[in-house]
Design a protein around this ligand. Structure first.
Ligand SMILES: *Cc1c(COP(=O)(O)O)cnc(C)c1O
Length: 393
């Protein structure tokens, strides 16, 4: 072998006697075949086999297998974002003339996808009250092919009666169900165990856990559905970087302790916030005032660190100024990382199937890993500033 070839062709070294705890990052576009025949027959390797880097490397497969085990499924596909974990399901299932039901509390870009992408292509959608439960039966049409859920609802924390909705879909026949499980992660709720066909996660949140990664997953029990998802991804031409999968695998290792910590701190904060004068309502599942509290107690094994506070309307006037007191909380979208975040959310204009009557702004809080006393000092100062107009000061 001459030097120029030596530069290109890596020597094979032994893996014998080497074992690391971390999962190696295997990057690849090209995947090599032993002979011309195995190359020619590569499509018979199926969606689990290795054929081309876009469709996965051992790093991707490790993350898929780990999530499959946590979700209690048969297969998982990894996609480039949590939003893609929603849209790939819709694209795999819905054809022109079909109908999909989505909750009024769906992650807002989900509704945007239905309105601006699916509708012009002949797929109808109806937005439903997330607390509808078995009443969803009245909204099912002959062409309904998918009922989408998100529990709890983004920002407003409605916990959906997933088993009741799944029962309707199964009784009607020919209707698949999917649930965006990002808030709970499979540690707190397992949609597939309740008969849901697609469990989708934004891995960008708790699994990544460090606010530096964008990824999603879809887990299923039915291998035929897995094939449809994989086919859709192959046709569109999307896959996920093995480097990012490596980050997700690392994040997953600490997810349990991070979430348990966030739950304890957020639950304690929620109870204290209820008492403050600027606060109209606290939307945290441990409080009986949270919509779907009974469902949460029945179906979930805990809470994550994300919850919301509805302000009394007069506080709206001073929000921008009041946020200036924050020292530890950061202001930014997304959540589930080590850094605690708080953002003001206006949701009224998003509602079409339910009335949102509160005039006060909603503050969405994600509890991270900083010292809880520093965090509480921030919240105490913030809510004191927000209380000034409420108390008529
Ligand atoms: C953040 C989020 C998504 C989208 O995830 P991205 O990776 O940011 O696209 C989807 N659903 C829910 C419930 C989310 O919170």
């Amino acid at each position: 072998m001459r030097d120029l070839s030596r530069c290109v062709i890596h020597p094979a070294v032994s893996h014998e006697g080497f074992a690391s705890i971390g999962v190696p990052t295997y990057r690849a576009s090209t995947i090599l075949f032993d002979d011309a025949k195995s190359y020619t027959n590569r499509k018979y390797r199926g969606p689990d086999g290795y054929t081309y880097g876009l469709h996965g490397t051992p790093t991707t497969r490790t993350l898929e297998a780990q999530l499959t085990a946590l979700e209690g499924g048969e297969r998982t596909v990894i996609v480039p974002s949590g939003q893609a974990a929603i849209t790939i399901v819709f694209l795999a299932i819905l054809l022109p003339g079909d109908h999909v039901l989505i909750p009024d509390t769906a992650y807002p870009p989900c509704r945007g996808f239905c309105e601006n992408y699916l509708k012009p292509r002949g797929v109808e959608y109806t937005v439903y009250d997330p607390l509808i439960g078995a009443g969803i039966d009245a909204l099912v049409k002959p062409n309904t092919k998918l009922i989408w859920m998100e529990s709890p609802g983004s920002t407003t924390m409605e916990f959906q009666d997933v088993p009741a909705i799944v029962k309707v879909a199964k009784e009607r026949g020919g209707i698949l169900t999917g649930c965006d499980n990002t808030w709970a992660t499979p540690l707190l709720f397992k949609p597939l165990a309740h008969g849901v066909d697609f469990s989708s996660e934004a891995l960008s949140k708790y699994v990544g856990g460090h606010s530096d990664l964008l990824m999603g997953s879809i887990s299923v029990k039915d291998v035929a559905l897995f094939r449809r998802l994989k086919d859709t991804m192959r046709m569109i031409g999307i896959g996920v970087s093995p480097d990012d999968c490596g980050l997700a695998l690392r994040g997953l290792e600490t997810m349990g302790v991070r979430m348990r910590h966030a739950d304890a701190v957020a639950t304690a904060f929620a109870r204290r916030l209820v008492e403050l004068p600027a606060v109209e309502r606290v939307l945290h599942p441990s409080l009986p005032t949270c919509p779907g509290h009974e469902v949460w107690k029945r179906d979930f094994t805990g809470a994550s660190g994300v919850f919301s506070v509805v302000l009394k309307a007069p506080a709206n006037a001073v929000i921008e100024e009041a946020f200036g007191v924050l020292k530890t909380f950061a202001i930014g979208a997304s959540w589930g990382g080590t850094r605690s975040l708080i953002v003001p959310m206006a949701i009224k204009a998003d509602r079409v199937a339910t009335d949102w009557t509160d005039e006060g702004v909603i503050l969405r809080i994600s509890v991270g890993m900083e010292d809880p006393d520093d965090l509480w000092a921030d919240l105490a100062a913030l809510f004191a500033a927000l209380a000034v107009p409420v108390l008529g000061g």
